[in-house]
Ligand binder design. Structure first.
Ligand code: MLC
Ligand code: AMP
Length: 518
Protein backbone atom coordinates (compact mmCIF):
# COMPACT_ATOMS: atom_id res chain seq x y z
CA UNK A 1 0.00 0.00 0.00
CA UNK A 2 1.31 3.45 -0.89
CA UNK A 3 2.26 6.08 1.61
CA UNK A 4 1.18 9.66 1.39
CA UNK A 5 -1.69 11.00 -0.57
CA UNK A 6 -3.53 8.01 -1.93
CA UNK A 7 -3.13 4.30 -2.20
CA UNK A 8 -4.95 4.09 -5.50
CA UNK A 9 -2.05 4.70 -7.86
CA UNK A 10 1.38 3.13 -8.18
CA UNK A 11 4.53 4.59 -6.68
CA UNK A 12 6.26 6.54 -9.46
CA UNK A 13 9.73 6.56 -7.86
CA UNK A 14 11.12 5.23 -11.09
CA UNK A 15 9.26 6.35 -14.19
CA UNK A 16 8.92 3.72 -16.91
CA UNK A 17 6.70 3.31 -19.95
CA UNK A 18 4.30 1.61 -17.52
CA UNK A 19 4.02 4.64 -15.25
CA UNK A 20 0.65 6.32 -15.73
CA UNK A 21 -0.26 9.98 -15.35
CA UNK A 22 -2.24 9.33 -12.14
CA UNK A 23 0.83 7.60 -10.65
CA UNK A 24 2.83 10.74 -11.25
CA UNK A 25 0.17 13.01 -9.80
CA UNK A 26 0.19 10.87 -6.64
CA UNK A 27 3.95 11.29 -6.10
CA UNK A 28 4.18 12.17 -2.39
CA UNK A 29 7.05 14.56 -3.04
CA UNK A 30 4.62 16.83 -4.94
CA UNK A 31 1.98 16.93 -2.22
CA UNK A 32 2.41 20.57 -1.25
CA UNK A 33 3.24 21.89 -4.71
CA UNK A 34 0.59 24.02 -6.47
CA UNK A 35 -1.05 21.83 -9.12
CA UNK A 36 -3.84 24.05 -10.46
CA UNK A 37 -4.94 27.64 -10.44
CA UNK A 38 -8.47 28.55 -11.50
CA UNK A 39 -11.12 31.21 -10.78
CA UNK A 40 -11.65 29.79 -7.30
CA UNK A 41 -7.99 29.99 -6.28
CA UNK A 42 -5.27 27.39 -6.24
CA UNK A 43 -4.91 23.82 -5.04
CA UNK A 44 -1.95 21.60 -4.21
CA UNK A 45 -1.35 18.16 -5.64
CA UNK A 46 -2.51 16.71 -2.29
CA UNK A 47 -5.78 18.66 -2.49
CA UNK A 48 -6.30 17.68 -6.12
CA UNK A 49 -5.82 14.03 -5.19
CA UNK A 50 -8.20 14.42 -2.29
CA UNK A 51 -10.84 15.72 -4.73
CA UNK A 52 -10.01 12.91 -7.17
CA UNK A 53 -10.50 10.23 -4.51
CA UNK A 54 -13.81 11.82 -3.51
CA UNK A 55 -14.86 11.62 -7.17
CA UNK A 56 -13.67 8.03 -7.38
CA UNK A 57 -16.12 7.25 -4.57
CA UNK A 58 -18.97 9.31 -6.08
CA UNK A 59 -18.54 7.59 -9.43
CA UNK A 60 -19.48 4.36 -7.67
CA UNK A 61 -21.93 3.08 -10.31
CA UNK A 62 -19.13 2.87 -12.88
CA UNK A 63 -17.18 -0.35 -13.37
CA UNK A 64 -13.69 -0.71 -14.93
CA UNK A 65 -13.91 0.01 -18.66
CA UNK A 66 -17.10 2.04 -18.35
CA UNK A 67 -17.21 5.39 -20.07
CA UNK A 68 -17.80 8.41 -17.85
CA UNK A 69 -18.71 11.63 -19.62
CA UNK A 70 -17.94 15.01 -18.10
CA UNK A 71 -19.49 18.35 -19.04
CA UNK A 72 -17.58 20.63 -16.69
CA UNK A 73 -15.58 23.76 -17.65
CA UNK A 74 -11.78 23.70 -17.42
CA UNK A 75 -10.62 23.99 -13.80
CA UNK A 76 -9.99 22.02 -10.62
CA UNK A 77 -13.30 20.13 -10.67
CA UNK A 78 -12.82 18.97 -14.27
CA UNK A 79 -9.31 17.70 -13.54
CA UNK A 80 -10.37 15.97 -10.30
CA UNK A 81 -13.18 14.17 -12.12
CA UNK A 82 -10.76 12.98 -14.80
CA UNK A 83 -8.40 11.56 -12.16
CA UNK A 84 -11.36 10.08 -10.25
CA UNK A 85 -12.50 8.32 -13.43
CA UNK A 86 -9.04 6.80 -13.83
CA UNK A 87 -8.99 5.73 -10.17
CA UNK A 88 -12.08 3.65 -11.04
CA UNK A 89 -10.31 2.36 -14.17
CA UNK A 90 -12.97 4.11 -16.24
CA UNK A 91 -12.65 5.82 -19.62
CA UNK A 92 -12.86 9.62 -19.48
CA UNK A 93 -15.07 11.20 -22.15
CA UNK A 94 -14.67 14.98 -21.96
CA UNK A 95 -17.68 16.79 -23.44
CA UNK A 96 -17.34 20.24 -24.99
CA UNK A 97 -18.95 22.98 -22.92
CA UNK A 98 -19.63 24.95 -26.14
CA UNK A 99 -21.66 22.16 -27.77
CA UNK A 100 -25.43 22.27 -28.18
CA UNK A 101 -27.53 19.31 -27.02
CA UNK A 102 -27.67 17.39 -30.35
CA UNK A 103 -23.84 17.20 -30.47
CA UNK A 104 -23.71 16.03 -26.84
CA UNK A 105 -26.45 13.45 -27.46
CA UNK A 106 -24.47 12.11 -30.40
CA UNK A 107 -21.57 11.38 -28.02
CA UNK A 108 -23.95 9.79 -25.49
CA UNK A 109 -25.31 7.49 -28.19
CA UNK A 110 -21.88 6.58 -29.48
CA UNK A 111 -19.89 6.25 -26.23
CA UNK A 112 -22.81 4.95 -24.10
CA UNK A 113 -21.44 6.29 -20.80
CA UNK A 114 -22.53 4.65 -17.55
CA UNK A 115 -22.22 7.97 -15.71
CA UNK A 116 -22.56 11.56 -16.90
CA UNK A 117 -21.31 14.43 -14.74
CA UNK A 118 -22.73 17.82 -15.71
CA UNK A 119 -22.07 21.23 -14.17
CA UNK A 120 -25.55 22.62 -13.41
CA UNK A 121 -24.46 26.18 -14.20
CA UNK A 122 -24.09 25.26 -17.89
CA UNK A 123 -27.23 25.92 -19.96
CA UNK A 124 -27.18 22.46 -21.59
CA UNK A 125 -26.83 20.63 -18.25
CA UNK A 126 -30.52 20.00 -17.40
CA UNK A 127 -31.27 18.76 -20.92
CA UNK A 128 -28.13 16.63 -20.97
CA UNK A 129 -29.11 15.04 -17.67
CA UNK A 130 -32.54 14.16 -19.01
CA UNK A 131 -31.01 12.72 -22.18
CA UNK A 132 -28.45 10.74 -20.16
CA UNK A 133 -31.10 9.28 -17.84
CA UNK A 134 -33.28 8.34 -20.81
CA UNK A 135 -30.31 6.37 -22.08
CA UNK A 136 -29.88 4.56 -18.76
CA UNK A 137 -26.88 6.53 -17.45
CA UNK A 138 -26.51 7.77 -13.88
CA UNK A 139 -26.13 11.54 -13.64
CA UNK A 140 -24.04 13.42 -11.10
CA UNK A 141 -23.56 17.08 -10.29
CA UNK A 142 -20.36 18.64 -8.92
CA UNK A 143 -20.76 20.26 -5.50
CA UNK A 144 -20.96 24.06 -5.66
CA UNK A 145 -17.86 26.11 -4.82
CA UNK A 146 -16.26 26.50 -2.37
CA UNK A 147 -15.62 22.80 -2.27
CA UNK A 148 -15.96 20.81 0.92
CA UNK A 149 -12.61 19.69 2.27
CA UNK A 150 -12.09 16.13 1.16
CA UNK A 151 -10.08 13.54 3.01
CA UNK A 152 -8.65 10.92 0.65
CA UNK A 153 -9.57 7.42 1.63
CA UNK A 154 -7.70 4.43 0.29
CA UNK A 155 -9.71 1.85 -1.54
CA UNK A 156 -7.79 -1.39 -0.93
CA UNK A 157 -10.33 -3.58 -2.71
CA UNK A 158 -9.86 -1.81 -6.02
CA UNK A 159 -7.83 -3.37 -8.85
CA UNK A 160 -4.80 -1.24 -9.65
CA UNK A 161 -4.77 0.75 -12.86
CA UNK A 162 -2.78 -0.98 -15.59
CA UNK A 163 -0.96 0.75 -18.47
CA UNK A 164 -3.05 -1.05 -21.07
CA UNK A 165 -6.32 0.18 -19.54
CA UNK A 166 -8.25 2.43 -21.91
CA UNK A 167 -8.05 5.98 -20.57
CA UNK A 168 -9.43 8.70 -22.81
CA UNK A 169 -12.07 8.89 -25.53
CA UNK A 170 -11.87 12.08 -27.60
CA UNK A 171 -14.31 12.80 -30.40
CA UNK A 172 -12.84 14.13 -33.61
CA UNK A 173 -14.25 14.73 -37.08
CA UNK A 174 -13.18 12.53 -39.97
CA UNK A 175 -13.73 12.11 -43.67
CA UNK A 176 -16.68 9.81 -43.09
CA UNK A 177 -19.12 12.34 -41.67
CA UNK A 178 -20.00 12.11 -37.98
CA UNK A 179 -17.20 12.38 -35.38
CA UNK A 180 -15.37 9.25 -34.24
CA UNK A 181 -14.24 8.48 -30.69
CA UNK A 182 -10.45 8.12 -30.56
CA UNK A 183 -9.52 5.79 -27.72
CA UNK A 184 -6.08 6.08 -26.09
CA UNK A 185 -4.77 3.78 -23.36
CA UNK A 186 -2.78 5.00 -20.39
CA UNK A 187 0.34 3.68 -22.12
CA UNK A 188 -0.47 5.73 -25.23
CA UNK A 189 -0.91 8.82 -23.06
CA UNK A 190 2.35 8.16 -21.21
CA UNK A 191 4.17 7.95 -24.55
CA UNK A 192 2.48 11.14 -25.81
CA UNK A 193 3.30 13.01 -22.61
CA UNK A 194 6.88 11.83 -22.04
CA UNK A 195 8.08 12.68 -25.53
CA UNK A 196 6.87 16.26 -25.00
CA UNK A 197 8.04 16.73 -21.43
CA UNK A 198 11.53 15.61 -22.50
CA UNK A 199 11.63 17.52 -25.79
CA UNK A 200 10.41 20.79 -24.27
CA UNK A 201 12.24 20.34 -20.93
CA UNK A 202 9.20 20.59 -18.68
CA UNK A 203 10.02 20.79 -14.95
CA UNK A 204 8.25 21.27 -11.63
CA UNK A 205 9.15 24.96 -11.74
CA UNK A 206 7.04 25.51 -14.86
CA UNK A 207 3.72 27.30 -14.80
CA UNK A 208 1.61 27.11 -17.94
CA UNK A 209 -1.17 29.53 -18.84
CA UNK A 210 -3.92 27.22 -20.12
CA UNK A 211 -6.62 28.79 -22.29
CA UNK A 212 -7.48 25.80 -24.49
CA UNK A 213 -10.60 23.63 -24.44
CA UNK A 214 -10.36 20.31 -22.57
CA UNK A 215 -12.14 18.12 -25.11
CA UNK A 216 -9.14 17.98 -27.48
CA UNK A 217 -5.60 16.72 -27.02
CA UNK A 218 -3.91 20.11 -27.40
CA UNK A 219 -5.57 21.16 -24.14
CA UNK A 220 -5.79 17.77 -22.42
CA UNK A 221 -2.40 16.25 -23.22
CA UNK A 222 0.06 18.94 -24.34
CA UNK A 223 -0.92 21.56 -21.80
CA UNK A 224 -2.65 19.90 -18.82
CA UNK A 225 -1.21 16.38 -18.72
CA UNK A 226 2.36 17.50 -19.39
CA UNK A 227 2.09 20.00 -16.53
CA UNK A 228 0.74 17.38 -14.10
CA UNK A 229 3.29 14.80 -15.22
CA UNK A 230 6.07 17.28 -14.46
CA UNK A 231 4.76 18.41 -11.09
CA UNK A 232 4.32 21.86 -12.62
CA UNK A 233 1.46 24.34 -12.13
CA UNK A 234 -1.37 24.64 -14.62
CA UNK A 235 -3.17 27.99 -14.48
CA UNK A 236 -6.53 28.10 -16.25
CA UNK A 237 -7.07 31.50 -17.84
CA UNK A 238 -9.77 33.17 -19.88
CA UNK A 239 -9.61 33.56 -23.66
CA UNK A 240 -9.97 37.36 -23.59
CA UNK A 241 -6.80 38.70 -25.27
CA UNK A 242 -6.18 41.51 -22.75
CA UNK A 243 -6.32 39.17 -19.76
CA UNK A 244 -4.13 36.63 -21.57
CA UNK A 245 -1.58 39.38 -22.19
CA UNK A 246 -1.75 40.52 -18.56
CA UNK A 247 -1.05 37.01 -17.31
CA UNK A 248 1.71 36.46 -19.88
CA UNK A 249 3.27 39.73 -18.70
CA UNK A 250 2.90 38.89 -15.00
CA UNK A 251 6.31 37.29 -14.64
CA UNK A 252 4.69 34.15 -13.15
CA UNK A 253 4.08 32.21 -16.37
CA UNK A 254 6.87 30.17 -17.98
CA UNK A 255 5.00 28.41 -20.80
CA UNK A 256 2.18 29.15 -23.22
CA UNK A 257 0.54 27.06 -25.95
CA UNK A 258 -2.10 28.15 -28.44
CA UNK A 259 -3.49 27.73 -31.92
CA UNK A 260 -2.46 30.25 -34.62
CA UNK A 261 -5.86 32.03 -34.42
CA UNK A 262 -5.12 32.92 -30.79
CA UNK A 263 -1.70 34.37 -31.67
CA UNK A 264 -3.35 36.41 -34.44
CA UNK A 265 -5.85 37.79 -31.93
CA UNK A 266 -3.14 38.55 -29.37
CA UNK A 267 -1.19 40.45 -32.03
CA UNK A 268 -4.33 42.45 -32.90
CA UNK A 269 -4.94 43.29 -29.22
CA UNK A 270 -1.30 44.36 -28.80
CA UNK A 271 -1.50 46.61 -31.86
CA UNK A 272 -4.65 48.27 -30.52
CA UNK A 273 -3.18 48.87 -27.05
CA UNK A 274 -1.63 52.15 -25.84
CA UNK A 275 2.20 52.34 -26.06
CA UNK A 276 2.79 51.91 -22.30
CA UNK A 277 0.62 48.76 -22.23
CA UNK A 278 2.40 47.40 -25.28
CA UNK A 279 5.77 47.92 -23.61
CA UNK A 280 4.59 46.17 -20.43
CA UNK A 281 3.12 43.25 -22.33
CA UNK A 282 6.17 42.81 -24.55
CA UNK A 283 8.67 43.05 -21.69
CA UNK A 284 6.70 40.59 -19.55
CA UNK A 285 6.04 38.05 -22.30
CA UNK A 286 9.71 38.03 -23.26
CA UNK A 287 10.41 36.40 -19.87
CA UNK A 288 8.53 33.17 -20.66
CA UNK A 289 10.81 30.26 -21.45
CA UNK A 290 8.69 28.76 -24.26
CA UNK A 291 5.73 29.59 -26.48
CA UNK A 292 4.29 26.88 -28.74
CA UNK A 293 1.91 26.98 -31.71
CA UNK A 294 0.05 24.05 -33.20
CA UNK A 295 -3.20 22.37 -34.31
CA UNK A 296 -3.09 24.31 -37.60
CA UNK A 297 -0.50 25.87 -39.88
CA UNK A 298 1.23 28.90 -38.38
CA UNK A 299 1.50 31.59 -41.08
CA UNK A 300 5.08 32.83 -41.41
CA UNK A 301 4.00 36.48 -41.05
CA UNK A 302 2.31 35.65 -37.72
CA UNK A 303 5.51 33.96 -36.52
CA UNK A 304 7.55 36.99 -37.57
CA UNK A 305 5.22 39.57 -36.03
CA UNK A 306 5.13 37.60 -32.77
CA UNK A 307 8.93 37.59 -32.75
CA UNK A 308 9.00 41.38 -33.22
CA UNK A 309 6.52 41.87 -30.38
CA UNK A 310 7.82 39.38 -27.79
CA UNK A 311 11.27 38.30 -28.93
CA UNK A 312 9.98 34.69 -29.06
CA UNK A 313 10.28 32.49 -32.11
CA UNK A 314 7.16 30.37 -31.71
CA UNK A 315 7.94 26.67 -31.57
CA UNK A 316 5.64 25.09 -34.16
CA UNK A 317 4.77 21.41 -33.86
CA UNK A 318 2.42 19.01 -35.63
CA UNK A 319 0.08 16.41 -34.17
CA UNK A 320 -3.28 14.76 -34.32
CA UNK A 321 -5.83 13.30 -31.92
CA UNK A 322 -4.96 9.76 -33.05
CA UNK A 323 -1.18 10.08 -32.62
CA UNK A 324 -0.45 12.82 -30.11
CA UNK A 325 2.40 15.04 -31.21
CA UNK A 326 4.62 13.63 -33.95
CA UNK A 327 6.82 16.41 -35.35
CA UNK A 328 8.29 19.39 -33.57
CA UNK A 329 10.74 22.19 -34.11
CA UNK A 330 13.45 21.93 -31.43
CA UNK A 331 13.59 23.66 -28.07
CA UNK A 332 17.23 24.47 -28.74
CA UNK A 333 18.33 24.79 -32.34
CA UNK A 334 16.74 26.07 -35.49
CA UNK A 335 12.97 26.73 -35.41
CA UNK A 336 12.37 26.93 -39.12
CA UNK A 337 9.42 29.16 -40.15
CA UNK A 338 6.80 27.34 -42.24
CA UNK A 339 8.10 23.95 -41.03
CA UNK A 340 7.05 21.65 -38.20
CA UNK A 341 10.47 20.13 -37.54
CA UNK A 342 11.70 16.52 -37.40
CA UNK A 343 9.99 13.59 -35.60
CA UNK A 344 9.90 13.79 -31.81
CA UNK A 345 11.96 11.18 -29.91
CA UNK A 346 10.18 7.81 -29.88
CA UNK A 347 8.02 8.72 -32.88
CA UNK A 348 8.60 7.21 -36.32
CA UNK A 349 7.37 9.30 -39.24
CA UNK A 350 7.68 8.97 -43.00
CA UNK A 351 6.21 10.31 -46.23
CA UNK A 352 4.74 7.76 -48.64
CA UNK A 353 3.19 7.62 -52.09
CA UNK A 354 -0.30 6.30 -52.98
CA UNK A 355 0.91 2.70 -52.60
CA UNK A 356 2.47 3.32 -49.20
CA UNK A 357 6.07 3.35 -50.50
CA UNK A 358 8.40 5.86 -48.81
CA UNK A 359 9.29 8.73 -51.17
CA UNK A 360 12.59 10.56 -51.54
CA UNK A 361 13.45 13.69 -49.56
CA UNK A 362 11.67 16.75 -50.98
CA UNK A 363 8.92 14.71 -52.65
CA UNK A 364 5.34 15.32 -51.57
CA UNK A 365 3.29 12.43 -50.17
CA UNK A 366 1.14 11.38 -47.24
CA UNK A 367 2.61 11.55 -43.74
CA UNK A 368 2.46 8.30 -41.78
CA UNK A 369 3.29 7.87 -38.12
CA UNK A 370 4.10 4.83 -35.98
CA UNK A 371 4.96 4.39 -32.30
CA UNK A 372 3.62 3.72 -28.81
CA UNK A 373 1.70 7.00 -28.78
CA UNK A 374 -0.61 5.93 -31.63
CA UNK A 375 -4.19 5.40 -30.38
CA UNK A 376 -5.74 1.98 -29.79
CA UNK A 377 -8.93 2.20 -31.80
CA UNK A 378 -11.85 4.22 -33.06
CA UNK A 379 -14.54 3.45 -30.51
CA UNK A 380 -16.89 0.79 -31.86
CA UNK A 381 -15.49 1.06 -35.41
CA UNK A 382 -13.09 -1.85 -36.01
CA UNK A 383 -13.34 -1.44 -39.80
CA UNK A 384 -12.32 2.21 -39.67
CA UNK A 385 -9.50 1.45 -37.21
CA UNK A 386 -8.11 -1.20 -39.55
CA UNK A 387 -8.46 1.11 -42.57
CA UNK A 388 -6.51 3.90 -40.84
CA UNK A 389 -3.48 1.70 -40.15
CA UNK A 390 -1.18 0.16 -42.75
CA UNK A 391 1.45 -2.26 -41.33
CA UNK A 392 1.22 -0.44 -38.00
CA UNK A 393 1.63 2.96 -39.63
CA UNK A 394 -1.18 5.45 -39.03
CA UNK A 395 -2.16 7.25 -42.22
CA UNK A 396 -2.65 10.87 -41.20
CA UNK A 397 -4.36 12.10 -44.37
CA UNK A 398 -1.96 15.08 -44.31
CA UNK A 399 0.34 15.79 -47.23
CA UNK A 400 3.91 16.86 -46.59
CA UNK A 401 7.54 16.48 -47.50
CA UNK A 402 10.84 16.12 -45.68
CA UNK A 403 13.43 18.80 -46.31
CA UNK A 404 17.02 19.53 -45.28
CA UNK A 405 17.89 18.40 -41.75
CA UNK A 406 14.87 16.09 -41.67
CA UNK A 407 12.48 19.01 -41.14
CA UNK A 408 8.92 18.32 -42.30
CA UNK A 409 6.72 20.77 -44.13
CA UNK A 410 2.92 20.31 -44.13
CA UNK A 411 1.58 20.89 -47.64
CA UNK A 412 -2.15 20.21 -47.34
CA UNK A 413 -4.68 17.48 -46.78
CA UNK A 414 -5.74 14.52 -48.87
CA UNK A 415 -9.43 15.27 -48.41
CA UNK A 416 -11.00 18.60 -49.38
CA UNK A 417 -13.79 17.73 -46.99
CA UNK A 418 -11.64 18.17 -43.88
CA UNK A 419 -11.38 21.80 -42.77
CA UNK A 420 -9.31 23.28 -39.95
CA UNK A 421 -10.91 26.42 -38.53
CA UNK A 422 -9.39 28.13 -35.50
CA UNK A 423 -7.58 24.86 -34.69
CA UNK A 424 -10.74 22.74 -34.77
CA UNK A 425 -11.13 19.97 -37.35
CA UNK A 426 -14.50 19.95 -39.10
CA UNK A 427 -15.96 17.54 -41.62
CA UNK A 428 -17.65 19.50 -44.42
CA UNK A 429 -19.79 16.42 -45.08
CA UNK A 430 -21.17 16.45 -41.55
CA UNK A 431 -22.12 20.13 -41.84
CA UNK A 432 -23.75 19.53 -45.23
CA UNK A 433 -25.76 16.63 -43.84
CA UNK A 434 -27.16 18.82 -41.06
CA UNK A 435 -28.03 21.70 -43.41
CA UNK A 436 -29.75 19.38 -45.87
CA UNK A 437 -32.38 18.94 -43.16
CA UNK A 438 -33.14 22.71 -43.26
CA UNK A 439 -36.57 23.12 -44.89
CA UNK A 440 -35.35 25.95 -47.16
CA UNK A 441 -32.30 24.03 -48.40
CA UNK A 442 -32.51 21.81 -51.49
CA UNK A 443 -28.78 21.18 -51.63
CA UNK A 444 -25.62 22.51 -50.05
CA UNK A 445 -21.83 22.32 -50.40
CA UNK A 446 -19.47 23.38 -47.60
CA UNK A 447 -15.82 24.31 -48.12
CA UNK A 448 -12.95 25.76 -46.08
CA UNK A 449 -11.63 28.98 -47.60
CA UNK A 450 -8.26 30.50 -46.50
CA UNK A 451 -8.84 33.20 -43.91
CA UNK A 452 -6.40 35.50 -42.06
CA UNK A 453 -7.86 34.83 -38.60
CA UNK A 454 -9.40 31.35 -38.72
CA UNK A 455 -6.79 29.76 -41.02
CA UNK A 456 -9.70 28.39 -42.98
CA UNK A 457 -13.24 29.69 -42.76
CA UNK A 458 -16.27 27.49 -43.37
CA UNK A 459 -18.42 28.74 -46.25
CA UNK A 460 -21.65 27.19 -47.54
CA UNK A 461 -23.09 27.49 -51.04
CA UNK A 462 -26.73 26.41 -50.91
CA UNK A 463 -29.57 25.92 -53.31
CA UNK A 464 -32.93 27.18 -52.01
CA UNK A 465 -35.81 24.72 -52.08
CA UNK A 466 -38.73 25.70 -54.29
CA UNK A 467 -41.32 27.89 -52.59
CA UNK A 468 -38.92 29.05 -49.85
CA UNK A 469 -37.55 32.53 -49.49
CA UNK A 470 -33.79 32.92 -49.32
CA UNK A 471 -32.88 33.08 -45.62
CA UNK A 472 -30.29 35.57 -44.41
CA UNK A 473 -26.87 34.22 -43.44
CA UNK A 474 -27.53 35.17 -39.80
CA UNK A 475 -30.69 33.02 -39.77
CA UNK A 476 -28.81 30.13 -41.32
CA UNK A 477 -26.09 30.49 -38.69
CA UNK A 478 -28.59 30.61 -35.83
CA UNK A 479 -30.26 27.45 -37.17
CA UNK A 480 -26.92 25.66 -37.39
CA UNK A 481 -25.87 26.67 -33.86
CA UNK A 482 -28.84 24.81 -32.39
CA UNK A 483 -27.59 21.61 -33.96
CA UNK A 484 -23.82 21.86 -34.41
CA UNK A 485 -20.76 22.91 -32.40
CA UNK A 486 -20.32 26.68 -32.93
CA UNK A 487 -17.10 26.19 -34.89
CA UNK A 488 -18.84 23.83 -37.35
CA UNK A 489 -21.35 26.49 -38.38
CA UNK A 490 -20.31 28.23 -41.62
CA UNK A 491 -19.55 31.93 -41.30
CA UNK A 492 -20.59 32.70 -44.89
CA UNK A 493 -23.66 31.50 -46.76
CA UNK A 494 -24.35 32.10 -50.42
CA UNK A 495 -27.55 31.09 -52.19
CA UNK A 496 -26.81 29.77 -55.71
CA UNK A 497 -29.18 28.51 -58.41
CA UNK A 498 -27.27 25.21 -58.63
CA UNK A 499 -24.10 23.61 -57.31
CA UNK A 500 -21.23 23.18 -59.79
CA UNK A 501 -21.05 19.48 -60.76
CA UNK A 502 -18.86 17.35 -63.02
CA UNK A 503 -20.22 15.10 -65.77
CA UNK A 504 -20.77 12.31 -63.20
CA UNK A 505 -23.02 14.66 -61.20
CA UNK A 506 -20.49 15.01 -58.34
CA UNK A 507 -20.22 18.44 -56.70
CA UNK A 508 -16.95 20.14 -57.68
CA UNK A 509 -15.58 21.53 -54.45
CA UNK A 510 -12.81 23.48 -56.19
CA UNK A 511 -15.46 25.39 -58.13
CA UNK A 512 -17.35 26.07 -54.88
CA UNK A 513 -14.08 27.39 -53.39
CA UNK A 514 -13.78 29.73 -56.36
CA UNK A 515 -17.26 31.16 -55.72
CA UNK A 516 -16.15 32.34 -52.27
CA UNK A 517 -12.64 33.38 -53.20
CA UNK A 518 -13.97 35.57 -55.95
C1 MLC B 1 -15.55 30.07 -32.30
N1 MLC B 1 -16.21 30.34 -33.44
C2 MLC B 1 -15.56 29.76 -34.45
C3 MLC B 1 -14.47 29.08 -33.87
N2 MLC B 1 -14.48 29.31 -32.54
N3 MLC B 1 -15.78 29.74 -35.76
C4 MLC B 1 -14.94 29.06 -36.52
N4 MLC B 1 -13.88 28.38 -36.05
C5 MLC B 1 -13.61 28.37 -34.72
N5 MLC B 1 -12.57 27.70 -34.24
C6 MLC B 1 -17.41 31.16 -33.67
C7 MLC B 1 -18.15 31.51 -32.41
O1 MLC B 1 -19.18 30.59 -32.20
C8 MLC B 1 -18.67 32.91 -32.69
O2 MLC B 1 -19.85 32.89 -33.43
C9 MLC B 1 -17.61 33.51 -33.58
O3 MLC B 1 -16.95 32.39 -34.19
C10 MLC B 1 -16.59 34.30 -32.82
O4 MLC B 1 -16.30 33.58 -31.65
P1 MLC B 1 -15.33 34.03 -30.52
O5 MLC B 1 -16.07 34.20 -29.23
O6 MLC B 1 -14.51 35.17 -30.99
O7 MLC B 1 -14.45 32.71 -30.46
P2 MLC B 1 -13.91 32.03 -29.20
O8 MLC B 1 -14.98 31.37 -28.45
O9 MLC B 1 -13.03 33.03 -28.51
O10 MLC B 1 -13.02 30.86 -29.81
C11 MLC B 1 -11.95 31.10 -30.66
C12 MLC B 1 -10.81 30.13 -30.30
C13 MLC B 1 -11.43 28.70 -30.27
C14 MLC B 1 -9.73 30.23 -31.33
C15 MLC B 1 -10.25 30.45 -28.92
O11 MLC B 1 -11.93 28.39 -31.55
C16 MLC B 1 -10.48 27.66 -29.79
O12 MLC B 1 -10.36 27.43 -28.58
N6 MLC B 1 -9.76 26.98 -30.69
C17 MLC B 1 -8.81 25.93 -30.29
C18 MLC B 1 -9.30 24.58 -30.70
C19 MLC B 1 -8.35 23.48 -30.25
O13 MLC B 1 -7.95 23.37 -29.08
N7 MLC B 1 -7.93 22.64 -31.17
C20 MLC B 1 -7.05 21.52 -30.90
C21 MLC B 1 -7.57 20.26 -31.55
S1 MLC B 1 -6.42 18.93 -31.26
P3 MLC B 1 -20.94 34.06 -33.23
O14 MLC B 1 -21.92 33.79 -34.32
O15 MLC B 1 -21.50 33.83 -31.88
O16 MLC B 1 -20.24 35.35 -33.39
C22 MLC B 1 -5.40 19.03 -32.62
C23 MLC B 1 -4.17 18.22 -32.57
C24 MLC B 1 -3.02 19.17 -32.46
O17 MLC B 1 -5.62 19.78 -33.48
O18 MLC B 1 -2.11 19.12 -33.29
O19 MLC B 1 -3.06 19.97 -31.54
P1 AMP C 1 -7.28 16.93 -34.93
O1 AMP C 1 -7.87 15.87 -35.77
O2 AMP C 1 -8.24 17.93 -34.42
O3 AMP C 1 -6.42 16.35 -33.90
O4 AMP C 1 -6.35 17.76 -35.88
C1 AMP C 1 -5.18 17.23 -36.42
C2 AMP C 1 -4.85 17.93 -37.68
O5 AMP C 1 -4.44 19.28 -37.41
C3 AMP C 1 -3.69 17.34 -38.43
O6 AMP C 1 -4.08 16.20 -39.15
C4 AMP C 1 -3.27 18.50 -39.29
O7 AMP C 1 -4.09 18.58 -40.44
C5 AMP C 1 -3.55 19.71 -38.42
N1 AMP C 1 -2.34 20.24 -37.79
C6 AMP C 1 -1.89 20.07 -36.53
N2 AMP C 1 -0.75 20.77 -36.33
C7 AMP C 1 -0.47 21.39 -37.50
C8 AMP C 1 0.57 22.26 -37.93
N3 AMP C 1 1.53 22.69 -37.12
N4 AMP C 1 0.54 22.69 -39.22
C9 AMP C 1 -0.45 22.30 -40.06
N5 AMP C 1 -1.46 21.49 -39.70
C10 AMP C 1 -1.47 21.04 -38.43
Amino acid sequence: MRRGISTDFQDPKTTTTDTTLPDRVADPSLANHIALVDDDGHCSYAELLGDAMAWRDRLEPAKPGDRIACLVPPGRTHVAIQLGIWARRGIAVPLAVSHPLPELEYVLDDARPAVVVADPTLPQAPHLETSARTRGATTLTPPPSPRPTTVPTPNPTRDPLTPTDPALLIYTSGTTGRPKGVLATHRNLTAQITTLTAAWAWSASDRILHTLPLHHIHGVVNALACALWSGATCEFGTRAPASTWDRLASGEITLFMAVPTVYTRLIRAWEAAPPATRRRWSRGAARLRLMVSGSAALPVDTLERWREITGHTLLERYGMTEIGMALSNPLSGERRPGHVGPPLPGVEARVVDEEGRPVARGVQGEIEVRGPQVFREYWGRPGETAAALRDGWFQTGDEGCVEAGGYYRILGRRSVDIVKTGGYKVSALEVEEVYRAHPAVRDVAVVGVPHPEWGEQLCAAWVPAEGFEVSAGTEMRAWGKERLAPYKVPHLFMAVPDLPRNTMGKVQKTAVHRIFRE
